[in-house]
Design a binder for this molecule. Structure first.
Ligand SMILES: NC(=O)c1ccc[n+]([C@@H]2O[C@H](COP(=O)([O-])OP(=O)(O)OC[C@H]3O[C@@H](n4cnc5c(N)ncnc54)[C@H](O)[C@@H]3O)[C@@H](O)[C@H]2O)c1
Ligand SMILES: *[C@@H]1O[C@H](CO)[C@@H](O)[C@H](O)[C@H]1NC(C)=O
Ligand SMILES: *[C@@H]1O[C@H](CO)[C@@H](O)[C@H](O)[C@H]1NC(C)=O
Ligand SMILES: *[C@@H]1O[C@H](CO)[C@@H](O)[C@H](O)[C@H]1NC(C)=O
Ligand SMILES: *[C@@H]1O[C@H](CO)[C@@H](O)[C@H](O)[C@H]1NC(C)=O
Length: 249
């Protein structure tokens, strides 16, 4: 079996849980060195402990905070003597509240992590790549959500933040293509992670009825798509938004 990502350096945000953790596992399996970045350093360290290979590190990052993001990229670039050229933005939060009950702090939190966080990580990453002369065949993957389509009640701000991720990804791909940096988004459907663990059994069953495969997804099923997008096998995919939903109605 050929190894897809030998010698590449990847940075994953939200790496301490769910989809981000599985992305780290599949990246490591394909030979990449992985920087597992999360606000929760303890869970990021647990992720690193579970990876095959050796040159992986856990890193604290708060994607809402410019200085935290810039420090993270500076430290990584110094430690590995090169910037990461695979970036996966998986840090994200959700709050399920009807629009009429949604307060300003809920709104700000979601936009700051999901939308501003993706912006800060992307901008800092591309700066580091250009400064490090490492733009060729680089790949940035932002995790949006099928919620971006706006078909689910109770998640108005989350859906808006994820629609923003799609629009920003598309624009970023237009601006960065000239450097050889590809930018794509993945739109997961209902995936079994800590984020969806609180959803009631009734709601889960209702949701499954609208999925043509009749089941929820596993984080590794999203991770495999992300790693394909990170690799040169997807060398002509750019600015795309790829649904990973099991065929959601
Ligand atoms: N699970 C699903 O069904 C689903 C569906 C569509 C999209 N998504 C998206 O996929 C991504 C990952 O979701 P998940 O299900 O793995 O969630 P999760 O809650 O299991 O993991 C999210 C991780 O992000 C980290 N994080 C949160 N805020 C952060 C911050 N400010 N800085 C750094 N790290 C931070 C958390 O510590 C956590 O480890 C999110 O962007 C989510 O919106 C998930
Ligand atoms: C997506 O990622 C790219 C690269 O990190 C970035 O340029 C773009 O702003 C991001 N878009 C958002 C907010 O999702
Ligand atoms: C950048 O890298 C390319 C090879 O990838 C090399 O040809 C070029 O000289 C490098 N430029 C600088 C300024 O280091
Ligand atoms: C499932 O689809 C039906 C009809 O398209 C829709 O009314 C319902 O809200 C959907 N349920 C969920 C949980 O998405
Ligand atoms: C970039 O990817 C293309 C397509 O797979 C490949 O032909 C090329 O050698 C790669 N270039 C570098 C610098 O890795």
């Amino acid at each position: 079996m050929s190894i897809l990502l030998a010698g590449k350096l990847a940075l994953v945000t939200g790496a301490g849980s769910g989809i981000g953790r599985e992305v780290c596992r599949v990246l490591a399996r394909e030979g990449a060195n992985v920087v597992a970045a999360d606000q929760n350093i303890k869970t990021a360290q647990e992720t690193v402990a579970s990876l095959t290979g050796t040159e992986h590190i856990a890193l604290h990052i708060n994607v809402e905070d410019r200085s935290s993001v810039e420090t993270a990229f500076k430290d990584v670039t110094k430690q590995f003597s090169k910037p990461p050229t695979i970036i996966v933005n998986s840090a994200g939060i959700v709050r399920n509240t009807l629009l009429m009950k949604h307060d300003d702090s809920n709104f700000d939190d979601i936009i700051n992590v999901n939308l501003k966080g993706t912006f800060l990580v992307m901008q800092t990453a591309v700066k580091a790549m250009i400064e490090g002369n490492a733009t060729k065949n680089s790949s940035i993957i932002n995790i949006s959500s099928i919620a971006a389509r706006g078909r689910h009640i109770g998640v108005s701000t989350y859906s808006a933040s994820k629609a923003g991720v799609i629009a920003m990804t598309k624009t970023a791909s237009l601006e960065f293509g000239q450097f050889g940096i590809r930018v794509n988004a993945v739109l997961p459907g209902f995936i079994d992670t800590p984020m969806t663990a609180d959803i009631s059994d009734e709601e889960r069953e209702m949701f499954k009825k609208n999925v043509s495969l009749q089941r929820t997804g596993k984080p590794e099923e999203v991770a495999e798509v992300i790693v394909f997008l990170a690799s040169d096998r997807s060398s002509y995919i750019n600015g795309a938004s790829i649904e990973v939903t099991g065929g959601l109605n």
